[in-house]
Design a protein around this ligand. Structure first.
Ligand code: BES
Ligand code: MN
Ligand code: ZN
Length: 488
């Protein structure tokens, strides 16, 4: 992670300088000092580039003088409309523009310490890179950006805000790392092992093996796993930072470490995307880690169902009937609708074992949600208006936006089976909704929300605070939900 420090405002004598510019705002003290030290390079540079501080724009001035390598300014948009999102996006834009600089000083005079921490968070999130499998990258091709000194008049406020932001960034990076790993490396056992290591942060971790799950009766989850040589795991993480005995908040993740579709096999083109079919489980893991790192005053449990969906000789067949842990039977008509089968057992186990205040599940569940919402919102399904409203608000605040989708008994009829309690597909119409109806049958009337993150878990292009690749979607959103409403 990019090394961030906050220190008292004074102009650097070397390296790179980053500035934040709001449209229509008067130049800050450091900006004026840097302009003077460089003989007016900033004023001239902004004028030649027509840079006024518009949101989403940057301006780079190379070799400006005054001992500096480079000055980069990022626009914050209209003065007076500066939100946390804009500060983070500007931080991200700076990180992208400064990839070639090793150490950068960022002037934030005029902003509060908390605002400065948001800029730093944006920079850190954008500077993320998953490069552990590159062995031949030339040093000159590697990004050099490694240290950010944030010049602030409010170092105390900045450090306090940063402690919290950095914990969330760590959780996001854990989620991104897991989803980026190739599927030959990140099997269910490997993912379970990595989660167990997070006990060093203070999480209590418990693992259910196939033997445990057979004894319990996880017939739906085990049916998905049976076609693979890589055995399944269910992993339970606990963070008890709240009042002793208070019921926990529960987060449940789909963790299909690779989804071939099983016997209902997927087409070859694009199948590699199914390595991140465990992004829901990765987000739950990252969230739990960030709660532990920032010692959040809340009780929370995170459960992930880890399986590989393969068409091995013992794979389940279209037409199989399995008995879920809830006792309800399921006719498996399409082995590629496997995520709901995994969630069915883990959700039932979660509500039975922990009697949580609510459950939120995250799953790369349906291609249909991408058709509905594209990549800009995750689908939100819930049986509780209050929980749905809080999640929607947390989405707007964190930038991980949700759009609520309808549910209802008409949709539920689509998953009626001719021979079992339900079938695992509901046809093409409303495919994400019938998937949610299926899951709803395993929440036992608990307050619950389901986030279909198939369209938001992976970015195919760079965004201000999310480089191309695994996004870690859900960590910031749920951390925000918790810190806004559920901490003691
Ligand atoms: N993991 C997929 C959904 C998915 C698609 C995630 C694209 C990310 C990107 C899921 O298991 C799946 O295969 N769903 C099927 C359901 C269908 C068989 C009812 C789908 O969406 O086609
Ligand atoms: Mn599938
Ligand atoms: Zn899947």
């Amino acid at each position: 992670m990019l090394d961030v420090r906050f220190s008292a405002s004074s102009l650097p004598a070397s390296g790179a300088l980053a500035l934040l510019v709001a449209e229509g705002a008067a130049p800050s003290g450091l900006w004026q000092a840097a302009d003077a030290a460089t003989g007016g390079a900033i004023s001239r540079g902004f004028a030649s580039a027509d840079f006024t501080g518009k949101e989403g724009t940057t301006c780079s001035i190379l070799a400006p003088g005054g001992g500096l390598n480079r000055i980069v300014a990022a626009g914050l948009g209209k003065d007076g409309e500066i939100s946390e999102r804009r500060l983070e996006d500007a931080g991200g834009a700076l990180a992208a523009a400064l990839a070639r600089e090793a150490t950068v000083s960022l002037a934030t005079d005029g902003l509060s310490g908390a605002q400065a921490a948001h800029v730093a968070l944006g920079a850190v999130l954008r500077a993320y890179r998953f490069d552990i499998y590159r062995t031949k990258e030339k040093p000159e091709d590697k990004p050099k950006f490694a240290g950010l000194t944030v010049l602030t008049t409010d170092a105390a406020g900045a450090n306090a805000a940063w402690a919290k932001a950095q914990a969330v960034a760590r959780g996001i990076f854990i989620a991104r790392d897991l989803a980026s790993e190739p599927p030959n490396i990140l099997t269910p056992i490997e993912m379970s092992n990595r989660i167990e290591k997070l006990s060093a942060l203070g999480l209590a971790v418990e693992v259910l093996t196939p033997e445990d799950m057979t004894r319990l009766g996880f017939g739906a989850l085990l049916g998905v796993a049976q076609g693979s040589a890589n055995p399944a795991r269910t992993v339970i993480m606990r963070w008890d930072g709240g009042r002793a005995g208070e019921a926990p908040l529960a987060f449940v993740g789909k963790g299909v470490t690779f989804d071939t579709g099983g016997i209902s096999i997927k087409p070859a083109a694009g199948m590699e995307d199914m390595k991140w079919d465990m992004a829901g489980a990765a987000a739950v893991t990252g969230l739990m880690a960030s709660l532990a790192v920032r010692r959040a005053p809340v009780n929370a449990v995170g459960l992930v169902g880890l399986v590989e969906n393969m068409p091995g000789s013992n794979a389940q067949r279209p037409g199989d009937v399995v008995k879920s842990y809830s006792g309800q039977t399921i006719e498996v008509l399409n082995t590629d609708a496997e995520g709901r089968l995994v969630l069915a057992d883990v959700l039932w186990y979660c509500q039975e074992k922990f009697a949580p205040r609510f459950m939120v599940d995250l799953a790369t569940l349906t291609g249909a949600i991408i058709i509905s919402l594209g990549h800009e919102h995750a689908g939100l399904f819930s049986n509780d208006d209050d929980l749905a409203a809080k999640l929607t608000a947390a989405g707007l605040a964190s930038g991980e936006r949700l759009w609520r989708m309808p549910m209802g008994k008409e949709y539920d009829k689509q998953i009626k089976s001719d021979i079992a309690d339900m079938k695992n597909i509901g046809g093409r119409p409303g495919g994400s909704i019938t998937a949610a109806q299926f899951i709803a049958r395993f929440v036992n009337d608990k307050k619950w929300a389901h986030l279909d993150i198939a369209g938001t878990a992976w970015a195919t292009k760079d965004h201000p605070t999310v480089p191309k690749g695994a996004t870690g979607f859900g960590v910031r959103l749920l951390d925000r939900l918790i810190s806004d409403h559920f901490e003691t």
